[in-house]
Design a protein around this ligand. Structure first.
Ligand code: ADP
Ligand code: MG
Length: 453
């Protein structure tokens, strides 16, 4: 659909044409009519689908440029993303004279931001922690704000920003339009929509991606060859992250230990672990600091991993229901999932009930043997001995890591804040730098012990 079908100003249409936006992307075509009507919208579309222009065009069409006051607040997870949004908005705003867009992000000096705020702005693009700081110091007022955008809301929640977002909103007028954009559509996103939005229009552009696509393999393995087969499956299919289900605690430990000896980074989780150990393991797996999780059924309960590329049943599950539940963790969000079940010839009876037209039965000897294979995680986890009790926030940690020519936001993964501890996932190659920054720097004016998990 063309932009000219929308009630946009001549200048805006001309500018869009100049920029080279000839047609609307699907997310723009579906969301813009509602956004322009002033409705609250919750929109899910994958990265690169043009979400910025979807809300950007909406905001700019509504903006009263002559009233020089803050009318829009856009919250983003990192400084880099805020900069990108501001850049795209400035391009879209070329048609309108004198639109002032200001970024307020952590990891940069506070002082110069005060100066810029004194000069005024129409649109603020910022990270939740820093925006909140300005609101608390009363250097920023949202009194005249009538539009709120949460961009990459899922990533903001992943980074532990939900509390700060809620606090920011205590400073905002209740009468407003709220637009929420996210690449994934989870229960947490729906929760935040329910608290922040009114009668929101739901838009998902990935309807074909909602059904799980899982390819199911069953491998017959010679006696005593399950571990070797497991390694061959990994090296042949190269999953990003895997859960291996087995039936006993002892088996879980054994499998994880043997995999580690084979240069495959694996952690075990089962009922014998202390609560804190269990938490350490789950956090590391979820934030991509571990690639293989070896688990018993009970231990894997409540595990919320959004993008799991492979599930392996090291033993035949006890029944179709357990089987479906286990493999249902892969193939989400449109990604292709892989499920493997291993069995020995003596177990043929038990595996027969699983036979159907779509499941693939093979002999494990058909897998190639790859020499020198290893699996290393993308991230490493830093633990900070400070949490909610110490009022540590995601923004504080991000600020400490990215401030003063520190790390890029893109090197920082999931942030999890618990009562007494916080976990930050750091890209492998940046771990030393991150550790030094946190160890030597202060968070909330205090020093905290920091260690690498
Ligand atoms: P998202 O936020 O969904 O990840 P972006 O808003 O960053 O995606 O847009 C991705 C790219 O698509 C950008 O380079 C943007 O300039 C471009 N783009 C956006 N809308 C259009 C359009 N209607 N036609 C052509 N390119 C577009
Ligand atoms: Mg975006």
């Amino acid at each position: 659909m063309k932009f000219s079908n929308l009630p946009l100003s001549k200048e805006m249409l001309h500018n869009l044409n100049e920029i080279g936006y000839k047609e609307m992307t699907p997310i723009q075509a579906q969301s813009l009519p509602h956004i322009l009507e002033g409705r609250d919208v919750i929109a899910q579309a994958k990265t690169g689908s043009g979400k910025t222009a979807a809300f950007g065009i909406g905001i700019l069409s509504k903006l009263q440029v002559k009233k020089f006051r803050i009318q829009t607040l856009i919250l983003c997870p990192t400084r880099e993303l805020a900069d990108q949004v501001a850049k795209e908005l400035r391009m879209l705003a070329r048609a309108t004279h004198n639109v002032k867009i200001l970024t307020l992000c952590g990891g940069t000096a506070f002082g110069p931001q005060l100066g810029s705020l004194r000069h005024g702005a129409h649109i603020i693009v910022g990270t939740p922690g820093r925006v909140l700081k300005h609101l608390k110091k009363e250097t920023l007022s949202l009194e005249h704000m009538d539009t709120l955008v949460l961009d990459e809301a899922d990533r903001m929640l992943d980074m532990g920003f939900s509390e700060e977002i809620n606090e920011v909103l205590e400073f905002a007028p209740k009468e407003r339009q709220t637009l929420l954009f996210s690449a994934t559509y989870t229960d947490e996103i729906l929760d935040i929509s329910a608290t922040l939005q009114k009668d929101a229009v739901n838009i998902k552009t990935t309807s074909t991606e909602t059904t799980n696509k899982i390819t199911e393999y069953f491998y017959e393995v010679e006696y005593g060859q399950k571990l070797n087969t497991l390694v061959n499956i990994f090296s042949n299919f190269k999953p990003e992250n895997v859960i291996v289900f087995c039936n006993t605690k002892i088996e879980a430990d054994e499998i994880a230990n043997t995999l580690q000896k084979k240069n495959i980074d694996a952690l075990a989780i089962h009922g014998d672990l202390e609560q804190y150990e269990r938490n350490d393991v789950l956090v590391q797996f979820a934030n991509k600091s571990a690639t293989v999780l070896v688990a018993t059924d009970v231990a894997a309960r409540g595990l919320d991993i959004k993008e799991l590329s492979m599930v392996v049943n090291y033993d035949i599950p006890h029944g179709e229901e357990t089987y479906t539940h286990r493999i249902g963790r892969t193939g989400r969000a449109g990604a292709e999932g892989l499920a493997f079940t291993l069995y020995e010839a003596s177990e043929i009876q038990n595996v027969n009930e699983y036979k159907n037209d779509t499941r693939i039965f093979e002999d494990a000897t058909s897998l190639k043997v790859v020499n020198g294979f290893d699996m290393k995680p993308a991230n490493v986890t830093l633990v900070i001995e400070g949490g909610k009790k110490d009022k540590v926030r995601a923004g504080d940690l991000l600020g400490a890591l990215t401030g003063d020519a520190g790390l890029q936001g893109s090197s920082i993964g999931k942030i999890d804040i618990y009562e007494r501890q916080s976990y930050v996932a750091i890209e492998n190659s940046r771990i030393d730098e991150a550790y030094e920054k946190l160890k030597n720097g202060k968070i909330k004016g205090k020093k905290f012990s920091v260690w690498i998990l």
